[in-house]
Design a protein around this ligand. Structure first.
Ligand code: ADP
Ligand code: MG
Length: 210
């Protein structure tokens, strides 16, 4: 893990995430077709493409500008529940990082934690409800741990934790969102939002190790 994270690092993270979402668009949609309405891949691809386009047009100098732009773009371009939730994540990340060109890894971890708290406040999902929280919450705990230990190169543990959280959604019965309408029949499928969140943390790990 680098000691500091700059706007250039953060922009690279968002670009890498948009690429991963594009690559996995059909897979995310497939997951959402099993327990939702088959739009999660298209939703996230549209949103992240627009977010990265905006960042390359605006070339934000400060971390809060970058993530505010990403959050607002996701809120306005992603139809569906996940847009406002991811939007909230990035808006809270922006306001916590503040008007800086670079922050310490510990401040970045605090930003991620605030983002997660925002998603929970907005969506009212708890761990185990079979949502994006099930990937995000362990990923951020692992990121904080890695920062505290100064041990984990490039936050790989955080991406691993997100993927384990994603996989652990498979047997769960959904208690939030569209998938909850299926009741017991939602069990046996990985949650699409947990899958897109695992891409977010894999992209972060890859960015910080590059
Ligand atoms: P929609 O369900 O409106 O079609 P998407 O398909 O884009 O929206 O996103 C669905 C994902 O949103 C789910 O897989 C789940 O991870 C996430 N989600 C739904 N409701 C909540 C909630 N209340 N809190 C956290 N995440 C949620
Ligand atoms: Mg959907």
């Amino acid at each position: 893990m680098p000691d500091t994270i700059s706007t250039a690092d953060a922009t690279a993270w968002m670009t890498r995430y948009a690429e991963a979402v594009e690559e996995q668009r059909d897979h995310l949609t497939e997951l959402d077709s099993a327990i939702g309405d088959a739009d999660h891949g298209a939703n996230m691809d549209r949103g992240m493409r627009a977010a990265v386009d905006k960042a390359s047009a605006d070339r934000p100098e400060f971390l809060d500008e970058l993530f505010k732009g990403v959050g607002m773009t996701l809120v306005s371009t992603v139809g569906g529940t996940s847009g406002p939730l991811y939007g909230t994540f990035f808006l809270r990340l922006a306001s916590t990082l503040g008007h800086e060109t670079e922050v310490e890894a510990s401040a970045f971890a605090a930003g991620l934690r605030a983002g997660l708290d925002g998603v929970i406040a907005r969506g009212k999902a708890a761990p185990g409800d079979k949502t994006m929280i099930d990937a995000m919450s362990p990923a951020i705990a692992a990121f904080e741990e890695a920062v505290a230990q100064g041990s984990d190169p490039a936050a790989a543990a955080s991406a691993d934790a997100a993927e384990a959280g994603r996989d652990a959604t498979e047997p769960l019965v959904a208690r939030k969102g569209r998938a909850s309408y299926l009741g017991e029949r939602s069990a046996g499928h990985i949650d699409p939002g947990a899958a897109s969140t695992s891409l977010l943390f894999r992209a972060l790990s890859e960015t910080l190790s590059a």
